[in-house]
Design a binder for this molecule. Structure first.
Ligand code: C5P
Length: 226
């Protein structure tokens, strides 16, 4: 029997830092003509806004209020915060680390829920993050958990930074990735974990095209009720 399809389909792609979720999710969204949600960018935006406002990264009440009132706009590949283009700035390790800290605060997560769900619009959405399949879109049509070894992820991040002309040290990157994995997996709210109904995809040794094809195949199988 064909499973009942949710009204607006969602493909949820979760996984650890630098597992390639962003690239894969964007490519899948493009192939299907779906919207795209980079949920990590929202946490990064809250971290950046907090740093700019000199707020402590453990002041849950103030951070939740900040998250709720965040003036964030996503236009194509550009991300704006209070009218300022912060596309590059939120990718810094400082924002990544800050995001990982504030993401452990339940009221900050709660404050961002409605904003994330508002991205679910026809004809469909590809959402990537840590808890897309476990919390934000539990009824997603397809849930993918994308992994890769920490070494491969650190290497990918190293190459990305180098390409942007940013100086990096692979050992430091590996240590920071492991720290972030540890914090994201150990937190009590919405920890990074595979949804019971997710399909795991280990991208170590796979090319982007192969991964995208696999996700699209799984999605088409789901839609066909296979
Ligand atoms: O994916 P990205 O590295 O941009 O996310 C930055 C941080 O935001 C992650 O380390 C994680 O702590 C947090 N995050 C989260 N839940 C999401 C997306 C990101 O907790 N859905």
């Amino acid at each position: 029997m064909t499973e009942k399809m949710p009204a607006v389909p969602v493909i949820a792609i979760d996984g650890p830092s630098a597992s390639g979720k962003g690239t894969i999710a964007q490519r899948v969204a493009e192939a299907l003509g779906f919207h795209y949600l980079d949920s990590g960018a929202l946490y990064r935006l809250v971290a950046l806004a907090a740093l700019q406002a000199d707020l402590g990264l453990d002041d849950e009440t103030a951070l939740a209020a900040l998250a709720k009132g965040l003036d964030a706009r996503f236009g194509g590949t550009e991300i704006m915060l209070s009218g300022q283009n912060v596309t590059a700035e939120i990718r810094s390790e400082a924002c990544g680390m800050g995001a990982s800290r504030i993401a452990a605060l339940p009221r900050v997560r709660e404050a961002l829920l409605a904003r994330q769900r508002a991205f679910r619009q026809v004809p469909g959405l590809v959402a990537e993050g840590r808890d897309m399949g476990t919390v934000v879109f539990v009824d997603a049509t397809l849930k993918v958990f994308l992994t890769a070894s920490a070494e491969v992820r650190a290497e990918r991040r190293y190459k990305q930074l180098k390409e942007k002309g940013i100086d990096a040290n692979i050992r430091t990157l590996l240590r920071e990735l492991r720290e972030r994995d540890q914090r994201d997996s150990a937190r009590s709210v919405a920890p990074l974990q595979m949804a019971v109904d997710a399909r795991e995809l280990d991208s170590t040794g796979l090319g982007i095209d192969e991964i995208v094809r696999q996700v699209l195949d799984w999605y088409r199988q789901k839609v066909a009720g296979l």
